[in-house]
Structures are given as structure tokens and as C-alpha cells.
Design a protein around this ligand. Sequence first.
Ligand code: AMP
Length: 123
Amino acid sequence: MAVKPYDPENIFAKILRGDIPCSKVFEDDHVLAFNDIAPQAPTHVLVIPKGPYTSYDDFATHASDAEIIAYTRAIGKISAAAGVNEDGYRLIANTREHGRQDVPHLHVHILGGEKLPLMLPKA
Ligand code: AMP
């Protein structure tokens, strides 16, 4: 089955266009980060590239070196700014159907602020 093309009406595209608000924690030329609207841990930040990438594999294949460097560095900066580096945190990038991705714009979840449950409980 073919991978779906980018949907410019997804909710994170609307946030990037300023059509709906977000609780912003970081922004630069290539990256926006904001608090998750339904946090699953005391710290739950979503980090998205500004470009139209559906998933990490799409981003890794099609983004420019500048976008990839900015995104990687932003995740490092945001985890430090959120104060979760010392005790630790989890990065998650749910991808398409099997990964249970709801919003089809690449986003990494940064989760921390408490000891998290083990990975992959049965849902
Ligand atoms: P995923 O299941 O990995 O696609 O995660 C999508 C995440 O986006 C979920 O954790 C939602 O709570 C979050 N979310 C959906 N809409 C918004 C919004 N308007 N602002 C912030 N987070 C959102």
C-alpha cells in the first residue's frame, strides 16, 4: 500500500499557519515545539518541523541538511530547557497505522517529569 501524501489540512499544519493556537515552547526557522493538549506526563512537548513531512522516514529522505540539523538540535535544546535531561525522558515518533499516529505531520513527543511506564503496554 502506498504511503499517503502530506495533508495540508492536518491540525499541526493549521497550528503552523496560525489558524489555531498552541502553547509554544520553542521556535526557530525550521522547528516549532508546543505543549501537548492532552499531556500524558508532567512534561509532554511535541516537536515538529515546519516543512510538510508526514513521518520521520519522509523527513529523513526529503528534508534538507539544514532542516535535519535544526530539528535534531532543537530536540536537544527543548529537553534541556524542559528540565528533564538529568532524570531522563522518552522520545516517541508514532508512525502511520501500526505506530498509531493520529496527526500526519512528523512530531516527536518528549515525555518526562516522572518515571514513565514501561514501553508498549497492550492498548
Ligand atoms: P500521535 O498519536 O503520535 O499522532 O500524537 C498526536 C498528539 O497530538 C496527541 O498526543 C494529541 O494529544 C496531540 N494534539 C492533538 N491536537 C493538538 C493540539 N491542537 N495542540 C496540541 N497537541 C495536540
